[in-house]
Design a binder for this molecule. Structure first.
Ligand SMILES: Cc1cc2nc3c(=O)[nH]c(=O)nc-3n(C[C@H](O)[C@H](O)[C@H](O)COP(=O)(O)OP(=O)(O)OC[C@H]3O[C@@H](n4cnc5c(N)ncnc54)[C@H](O)[C@@H]3O)c2cc1C
Length: 400
């Protein structure tokens, strides 16, 4: 029997991580996913399993218990998302918070903020967005001003993943109001510092096992809290997001896979007009489209991860993977609900939950429009850089 989904050829290490994640997803995460969603509960027991298995820190540098590739991280996030999208979101959020420290932290900062000293991960949340500055974070109004030998941070961050449960926040703040991205600096701020508060958690339509919180800052941090200064921090945020976008692409593939598998099984067994509904072309063809697009999405995701692991810049492949996979997953969950008919619209049903969980993948870590913007800018730069961008191609001849 020919497989209907493309499978990545993983190296041994990534394959082992994938099988650990699949086992956890099947035995522990999937069975709890519906209750976690219904109760909108942060699953501490799942977080403990992520720590026990080493998944939470697999992508950190070796001295901090990691050493795994981005390919391995994608395989893990995809496998977990298939069982519980929220738990995959927790893995991706922990990674997004750690990335700036890994990329720009001094050895002292890495030792202090990445490890709990017992081989475990200290959790960090990535605090960039504000109510009026999401797609355009350079418009942020949180400020950092010199006060004595330290910095006074003042402002509010919104929708922050891991807010209220993380031990540390990477806070991006404006040091020279009016100077846009050039004035932004990044600070490592302990969550229990006086003047740091998480007054409320968001009530979300999906991904309800992850926490997102509004954060308030009016606090004084020491100079040693500076992770990246003006002129560096904004680029650091974008570098961290480049990696994060590939994780979101993998998460989208996992969500799509769950919807696809559930819908295909249902379509093969549910009968109307004397035959399985998959034999009605309107249903069979939609599933065929999902299997083709899901395979293509996985190819983009694993190609972007492999490019990163090989040391390439993934600005464009990461944006393409996130854009394509999140929109592909949108189609997959929509087809899932349609294939289940009335049952797909009623709780508790897997595709009903996936339909809500999926939606966030088109918003966080840069909306689909922002991914298109990134890609469009690269297309324009490519055209501007070359004297004759079509030189040596068939278009040069055909367009004459
Ligand atoms: C579940 C969840 C988790 C999140 N986690 C985090 C986190 O951990 N840390 C963090 O810092 N932030 C986080 N965010 C915030 C998230 O990154 C922002 O919501 C996102 O970047 C969009 O910003 P916005 O909501 O302000 O929308 P806006 O920027 O107001 O955009 C509104 C709409 O306009 C479109 N738009 C904006 N500019 C353009 C343009 N130039 N061209 C075309 N269309 C445009 C957008 O695509 C969108 O459709 C999270 C959000 C959610 C929902």
């Amino acid at each position: 029997m020919a497989a209907t989904l493309w499978e990545p050829a993983l190296d041994e290490a990534a394959r082992q991580w994938q099988s650990v994640a699949r086992r956890l997803a099947i035995e522990s995460f999937a069975p709890r996913a519906a209750a976690i969603d219904a109760e909108q509960r942060y699953p501490a027991e799942n977080v403990a399993l992520l720590a026990e298995s080493g998944i939470d820190r697999l992508f950190l540098p070796k001295p901090y218990g990691g050493g795994g590739s981005l390919t391995a991280l994608c395989a893990v996030i995809e496998a977990i998302a298939e069982g519980c999208a929220s738990t995959s979101g927790i893995v991706a959020t922990l990674q997004l918070g750690a990335n700036p420290v890994v990329l720009a932290g001094s050895e002292e900062q890495k030792a202090a903020f990445l490890s709990d000293g017992r081989g475990g991960l200290k959790s960090i949340a990535f605090a960039l967005s504000e109510r009026e500055a999401g797609s355009d974070p350079a418009a942020m109004t949180t400020t950092a001003a010199r006060e004595g030998a330290g910095w006074r941070l003042r402002g509010e961050k919104c929708w922050i993943g891991g807010g209220s449960v993380a031990e540390t926040y990477v806070v991006f703040a404006q040091t020279r109001p009016g100077s846009g991205h050039r004035g932004v600096a990044a600070f490592l701020v302990p969550a229990d510092l006086p003047g740091v508060a998480a007054p409320e958690r968001e009530d979300k339509m999906g991904m309800r096992g992850t926490v997102n919180a509004r954060l308030l800052f009016d606090t004084l941090v020491e100079d040693s809290a500076l992770l990246a200064g003006p002129g560096e921090a904004f680029r650091l945020a974008l570098e961290a997001l480049k990696i994060g976008r590939v994780s979101v692409a993998a998460q989208s593939c996992g969500i799509a896979m769950a919807a696809y598998r559930a819908a295909a099984r249902h379509a093969a067994s549910r009968r109307t007009f004397g035959r399985p509904i998959i034999d009605h072309q309107g249903i069979g063809f939609r599933l065929a489209d999902v299997s083709a697009r899901l395979s293509a999405g996985r190819m983009l995701t694993y190609a972007a991860a492999a490019a990163y692991d090989a040391g390439a810049d993934i600005t464009v492949p990461g944006a393409q993977a996130k854009l394509f996979c999140s929109e592909m997953a949108h189609e997959a969950v929509d087809v899932g609900v349609q294939v289940f008919g009335g049952a797909g619209f009623v709780k508790p049903n897997l595709v009903e939950r996936l339909y809500r969980d999926q939606r966030a993948t088109e918003i966080y870590e840069g909306t689909s429009e922002i991914q298109r913007l990134v890609i469009a800018r690269a297309i324009k730069a490519e055209q501007a850089a070359a004297q004759n961008p079509v030189a040596g191609t068939a278009v040069e001849v055909a367009a004459k």
